[in-house]
Design a protein around this ligand. Structure first.
Ligand code: GTP
Ligand code: MG
Length: 323
């Protein structure tokens, strides 16, 4: 199961305390202050990784901590800084800091975000020696590391999104275009979680079927639309056997509008699927009706290799143009 959201607690390390000690040896039984500084606590960073596909790594580890800095010691020994920690998350992860609602989007592998800063080590008493106070008895405490409550949510970054009513042939299409092997079934809502496949260097996301009223929670809801917010192009699958293709098409567009109207502006190919099941006359009618949307309309059947090749070629050239 694809884990696409999770709550995570992160705690950076505390700074080590400074030491309040005095030099003591055979010669000097009452020497000067020699307390060293404490080390800094480890900070926690978040970075994108292209090797991760979902957030399942956090399913059993909901709290991540960095080590505390080591306290300072006598003989002016500094405590060690604790190592920083980096948490890797899949590209497309949106992180919300729940206390202040600051949102971070992880879209590449190069940026590293400081999410929780380690505490500063305290200064030892040696640092507080002045002309008027040669023997300070106090040292600074290390400061606390930051704690954050985070909400992580995956918004898949695929270049192509397959959308459509349940049973319209989306998963079958993903299996034809890519290396993916999604479950295919002759019943609605076969797909319960998005499937991802590679089409050349591009990724295609097959989204669970959506129905009219999905924005009000019907069917599986419209939450899955978050996974196509970042796609460059949509393939809107319309089943050739649907009674009123224009209405079917518009019904889904209305659901998009409820979720995020920007989705309506995405480049889109309308793909009439399962054309082997209808007459040529009916198909012609359907194409001309859907062409009124001013979108590219293609037709396809699993059993027509020519239609698959045309689709592949057009999709690839669109992707290259949009790159
Ligand atoms: N005749 C015919 N059947 C097809 C074609 N493409 C898909 N199918 C069948 O249609 C049914 C639904 O296919 P899926 O690929 O599971 O459809 P889906 O859109 O992913 O469905 P959900 O996951 O439920 O949203 C399956 O029985 C497929 O074998 C086609 O081109 N022609
Ligand atoms: Mg499916």
């Amino acid at each position: 199961m694809l884990i696409d959201n999770i709550n995570l607690l992160v705690r950076a390390g505390n700074g080590g305390n400074g030491a309040a000690t005095f030099l003591r040896n055979a010669q000097k039984f009452k020497g000067g202050p020699d307390g060293g500084n404490g080390g800094n606590g480890g900070s926690i960073y978040i970075q994108g990784s292209s090797n991760l596909n979902d957030l399942s790594q956090f399913q059993h580890q909901k709290k991540i901590t960095a080590e505390n800095g080591i306290p300072g010691k006598h003989k002016n020994l500094y405590g060690k800084n604790a190592p920083d920690k980096t948490i890797f998350v899949p590209l497309g992860t949106r992180i919300t800091d729940l206390k202040n609602n600051i949102v971070y989007e992880i879209t590449n592998t190069s940026d590293s975000i400081l999410i929780a800063k380690g505490g500063k080590g305290g200064r030892g008493n040696n640092q507080f020696k002045t002309s008027t106070n040669q023997s300070p008895k106090f040292a600074e405490q290390g400061t606390a590391g930051e704690k954050k409550e985070l909400f992580l949510e995956l918004r898949i970054i695929a270049q192509v999104g397959l959308i459509g009513f349940p049973n319209s042939g989306k998963s079958s299409l993903l299996a034809i275009l890519t290396n993916a092997t999604p479950k295919i079934g002759n019943y609605p809502f076969t797909t319960l979680e998005p499937n991802i496949g590679m089409f050349g260097n591009y990724t295609i996301a097959d989204i669970p079927g959506l129905i009219e009223g999905a924005s009000r929670g019907k069917g599986l809801g419209i939450g899955f639309l978050k996974h196509i917010e970042k796609t460059k192009i949509l393939i809107h699958c319309v089943d050739a056997t649907s009674e009123n293709p224009k209405k079917t098409y518009q019904a889904l567009r209305n659901e998009f509008k409820q979720f995020n109207p920007l989705l309506l502006n995405k480049p889109e190919i309308i793909l009439i699927t399962k054309i082997d099941l209808i007459s040529e006359k009916k198909l012609k009618e359907m194409v001309s009706i859907l062409k009124k949307t001013k979108k590219a309309v293609l037709t396809y059947s699993l059993y027509d290799p020519e239609s698959i090749n045309v689709l592949k070629e057009i999709l690839m050239s669109e992707l290259i143009i949009l790159h």
